[in-house]
Every structure is written in structure tokens, then in C-alpha cells.
Design a protein around this ligand. Sequence first.
Ligand code: G3H
Ligand code: ZN
Length: 279
Amino acid sequence: MLAPLTHLALHCRRKGTGLGAFNVIHLENAESIVEAAERLDVPVVLQISENAVKFHGGRLAPLARGVLALAEQSSSRACVHLDHAKDTGLIREAIGLGFTSIMYDGSHLPDEQNRAETARVAGWCLDAGVSLEAELGEVGGKDGVHAPGARTDPDDAARFVAETGVDLLAVAVGSSHAMTERTAQLDLDLIGRLAETVPVPLVLHGSSGVSDESMVAAIRAGMTKINVSTHLNHVFTRTVRQVLDEHPEMVDSRKWAGPGYRAMTDEVARLLELYSTAG
Ligand code: G3H
Ligand code: ZN
């Protein structure tokens, strides 16, 4: 069933477990994520990013309606989340479609403007009963707050939450987006200090670059929502490539999409088990 992100994240934070949040590019990804969550009987987040919407020619509704239907029909509690949204028009559209969570990404804006815009979006989300995730302004590097060297200051983070009213906060603790090797070095001491100082659940972006051992340690230190995209894309594409290499005569897309779907489902289930037993 469809669930608000705050409920799922607060539940996981109380238990000291991680909440898996996986990106959906095409509908098969959402089917994998829902099937894996049901297999484990755990809550899950299905996220559609602004970039994924661009891939679909700027159209959010067709994919979103399918993902929302899968979440509604699921026996697991599932949140449908708009990820890394900079476009406030898209945020309005997602709220109208029935998304249960939004990430407003104002990290590219000057700090003061990010705070003001985030607080404005928080007002819309509050009125609509939708959860809001956000992040502090750009700290450095082309990957902004998700550059490996970027760090979130705990007191600044607590001030940001108090000023804006966000429900979850994405923090910079050593991960970086789109890594294809799982070699990121997380600052566990900082995660612990952030978890003590910041009153809302913490979000780790760029989790594809984090090893299983580091992720368990990060969840134990206080990380809650774990965002994974690139790693699952890798699993899906690697499987499809192998099937097509072995069967160059194949034309029926179900024959290669099926193995990709099953490989991604198994990996999401493996990650969900890791996160939900880490505490
Ligand atoms: O918002 C989505 C994530 O931060 C995914 O990052 O592709 O590096 O796993 P990733
Ligand atoms: Zn991200």
C-alpha cells in the first residue's frame, strides 16, 4: 500500500534499520522493487528523478501512474518519491498525481536562496500531506554536496531543518553519485554526530559506491534512507548484455528484459535484507 515517507523513515529510524530507496527509470524497475519488498516483507521507496522524467520526454504522468498503481496494490508499504527535483512545476505535478514524498534539490542555489525555496516547497508539501526531503547548499566540487570530499556540518544541518521544516535531510558524509566501484569511504563518526544533532531521519545519496560492510556500519551509526540507482542499473544492463551476447538472434524483448528484471529483483532483495537486518 502507498505510504508517506516520514512514516516509513521514522519507523526504520526507531528500529535502527535502513530504508531502501531505489530509482525507477522504466516500469520493469518498479516491478522488481515491489516484488523484492514483498519477498522480504519490508517497506520500500520507489523514486523517479527529474532526470528520468527528462528521459521520458518531460512526461511524468505515464510512468508515475504505473508506479503509483504498483505501490497501491502492493502488500508492502511503499512510498512513491520524486527524486532530485529542481523544477517546482514538476513538484506541483507530482503532488497532484499522488506522490507521497518529494526531494527538493536546491543544492545548486546560493545557500540563502536554497533555504527560502526549500521552506516554500515545505509549505506546499505540508498542505498536501506529502513528505519533503532536502539538502544543504553546495559545499564544493561539481557533484556539490555529494562530492567525496564534501561534509555536512551538524549544527548547520540542524539549523537548516529548523528554518525550512523538512522531514528528511540528505547529508554529505563521503559518498558520491554514479560510482561504479563500491570503494567510497564514509565518515562514520560524522554520521553519528549528525544523527544526534539533526532531529529528522538522514538520507545517504550515491549509495552505489558503498560496500555492504560500510553500509551496515553507516546504518548502525544512524543513517536511515539509502538511495541506490547506478548499482542496480549496472546489474540490469550487465545481465541483458550477457543474454544478448549469447543469443545474437534474439528479437523478442521479453526474452532479454526478463533476465534483467529477475537479476535486479534478486539484488534489490539482497540489499533490502542487508539494510533491514543491519540494526
Ligand atoms: O538520488 C539517487 C541516488 O543518490 C543514487 O545514487 O546512482 O550513485 O546510487 P547512485
Ligand atoms: Zn541522489
